[in-house]
Write a protein that binds this ligand. Structure first.
Ligand SMILES: CCCCCCCCCCCCC/C=C/[C@@H](O)[C@H](COP(=O)(O)O)NC(=O)CCCCC
Ligand SMILES: Nc1ncnc2c1ncn2[C@@H]1O[C@H](COP(=O)(O)OP(=O)(O)O)[C@@H](O)[C@H]1O
Ligand SMILES: [Ca+2]
Length: 528
């Protein structure tokens, strides 16, 4: 538990309580405690009578993981005592070295409902100013502007973090820019699928202003710009896994949320043509893809994770401070696992890999829960943010009604894996090879699907029997140019300004505020 300061509460909206006695005088009737690490700043202000007062701005929790910046005012007849408190608070704040002082901000003005710039200017910039954070802002002028700037131009030594204002696609740009820059600076060739990638030193903050914003939702618990700005200000840190995706021996992309082939790949491909619709494009393309009811043939091979990584169906949610994510395998662990893999491979020729061949409506790899407003529990509710694994979900060919039942379970608390046609595996690596159809040239395999119209609608009870040749992979919302891919999870390659989902809201009250004479002597207890 951190250090607390106590006070009588006077929120800006509670003018009627203005005459309450001040904590510094030890007469508090409505005691109030604030953890030092949740103080945003202390500022001099003038009250209504033009009298100089001091305001402490701090984080308050509202509903559904949302944070707000609230304030209390220091009053005292003894100005010296008041100054002393303020000085101590500022000294304590200066000891919090994890807090960013300087940030590089990229805004996608066209993401989501095109509100990125307004969201930043009206909701985020005032909070950064209040917290005395300097921000260099770049409004992007084209796709990949932020990625390219980070890769080569940006002077990253100047900053404590990079902030992305946009959706998952924009986050993906920042991710690629930062990871690529880090590997280049450290002379690591990311084309090698087994290369040991160097973790990025700068934290990434996400201000949600996109269409899905699942990376923000799954790491903070809500898509709210003010909450995200406050997590950045207090310098929260959440490590996160990153999947590297290769085609043969050449690097394709990184992914942190959903790598999806079949259903989600088709939705994304179709939705790109409807960008002008904003976030509603996913609903329209979702219905169209559902009605098409396509399935795809292929072979999926995967390397299962060890038992100590839990199980995708164990119903254990990855929460703030998750114990499973606290054990980051060292490079010796990884080397040992690789030699074990090699040993097994010499014995059975498979190296612990499992292979499944079949007809699939969807193949999804969720490196995190992928929770978002459309699906508050996500595609894999028990997936972990930083355990070095991804949950591989295979939805086999089934009737349209059964697939609908499966989809509907993403919107409630029922188990979406509890169907005979769905299986889920927690894996470290996987590969996919589509079935090579006759008359399909290799060139065709790396292009978008040819078939986009509706298939004949099957009766709800029957299984559809028509297969289109190939789908595409969606990788955090971007379409991959290749279908045959190799994927490897890179444990905790990046860090976000977030803390994971908080389990329950904690309120803290003073045991006896009147005993306080200095902040160091504060006592407190936690209540639910
Ligand atoms: C009958 C009701 C069925 C509802 C099923 C809902 C299941 C939704 C799961 C969504 C998982 C989303 C994983 C995240 C993907 C994003 O990275 C990606 C790009 O986001 P952005 O750049 O912010 O636009 N978004 C999607 O792939 C959208 C999928 C929407 C599917 C309906
Ligand atoms: N200035 C820009 N003009 C056009 N596209 C951009 C610009 N800046 C970023 N992009 C691209 O826009 C795409 C979608 O961005 P994103 O912020 O994720 O919004 P959404 O969630 O609505 O998809 C990303 O692929 C990103 O590369
Ligand atoms: Ca993971």
């Amino acid at each position: 538990m951190g250090r607390f300061f106590s006070s009588t509460k006077k929120s800006v909206s509670e003018e009627s309580r203005e005459d309450l006695p001040c904590m510094a005088e030890g007469l508090a009737s409505h005691s109030h405690a604030i953890q030092v690490c949740e103080i945003v700043a202390v500022h001099k202000t003038k009250d209504d009578d033009s009298k100089e007062t001091r305001k402490i701005f701090y984080i308050s929790r509202t509903r559904q993981h949302q944070w707000r910046c609230d304030d209390v005012t220091f009053h005292s007849a003894n100005q010296g005592l008041c100054e002393q408190w303020i000085q101590v608070i500022n000294e304590q704040l200066s000891l919090l070295t994890n807090r960013p002082k300087s940030l590089l901000v990229y805004i996608n003005p066209y993401g989501g409902k095109r509100r990125g710039r307004r969201i930043y200017e009206q909701k985020v910039a005032p909070l950064f100013r209040r917290a005395c954070i300097l921000a260099d802002v770049i409004v992007t002028e084209r796709a990949n502007h932020a990625r390219d700037h980070l890769k080569t131009e940006a002077n990253l030594d100047k900053y404590d973090g990079v902030v992305c204002v946009g959706g998952d696609g924009m986050f993906s740009e920042i991710l690629h820019g930062l990871i690529t820059r880090t590997q280049t600076d450290n002379k690591v060739d990311h084309n090698q699928p087994d290369a040991e990638l160097v973790p990025c030193s700068l934290h990434i903050g996400i201000i949600p202003a996109g269409s899905t914003d699942c990376i923000c939702f799954a790491t903070v618990g809500t898509n709210d710009p003010v909450t995200s700005a406050l997590h950045i200000i207090v310098g929260d840190s959440q490590p996160m896994d990153v999947c590297s995706v290769h085609h043969n021996d050449s690097f394709l992309r990184y992914s942190v949320s959903l790598l999806g082939y079949g259903f989600y790949g088709d939705i994304l491909t179709d939705s790109e043509k409807k960008r002008w619709l904003g976030p509603a494009r996913y609903d329209l393309s979702g219905v169209k893809t559902f009605l098409s009811h396509n399935y795809y043939e292929g072979r999926i091979s995967f390397l299962p994770a060890k038992n100590n990584n839990g199980d995708p169906r164990d119903k254990l949610q990855c929460l703030s401070g998750c114990r499973i994510c606290q054990h980051k395998p060292s490079s010796t662990d990884t080397q040992w696992e690789m030699s074990e893999e090699k040993e097994k491979s010499d014995k059975d020729g498979m190296g612990g890999w499992s292979v499944i061949t079949g007809k699939f409506i969807a193949i999804n790899a969720a490196s995190m829960s992928c929770a978002c407003p459309r699906s508050p529990q996500g595609l894999s509710p028990s997936a972990h943010l930083a355990d070095g694994t991804t949950d591989l979900i295979l939805v086999r060919k089934c009737s349209r009604l059964n697939f609908l039942r499966h989809l509907l379970r993403h919107t409630n608390k029922e188990d979406q894996f509890d169907h005979s046609f769905v299986e889920v595996h927690r894996v470290r690596k996987f590969r996919f090879q589509p079935r090579q159809h006759e008359l399909v040239s290799l060139e065709d395999l790396s292009q978008s699907p040819k078939k986009t119209g509706f298939s004949p609608i099957c009766s709800a009870q029957t299984t559809c029997n028509h297969s289109t040749s190939h789908s595409s992979w969606t990788c955090d919302g971007e379409i991959l140019p290749n279908v045959a891919i190799q994927v490897s999870v890179q444990c905790q390659l990046i860090r976000l300004f977030a803390r994971g989902i908080e389990e329950q809201q904690q309120k803290c009250v003073l045991e006896d505020p009147c005993t306080l004479s200095a902040p160091e002597q504060s006592t407190y207890q936690s209540v639910d």
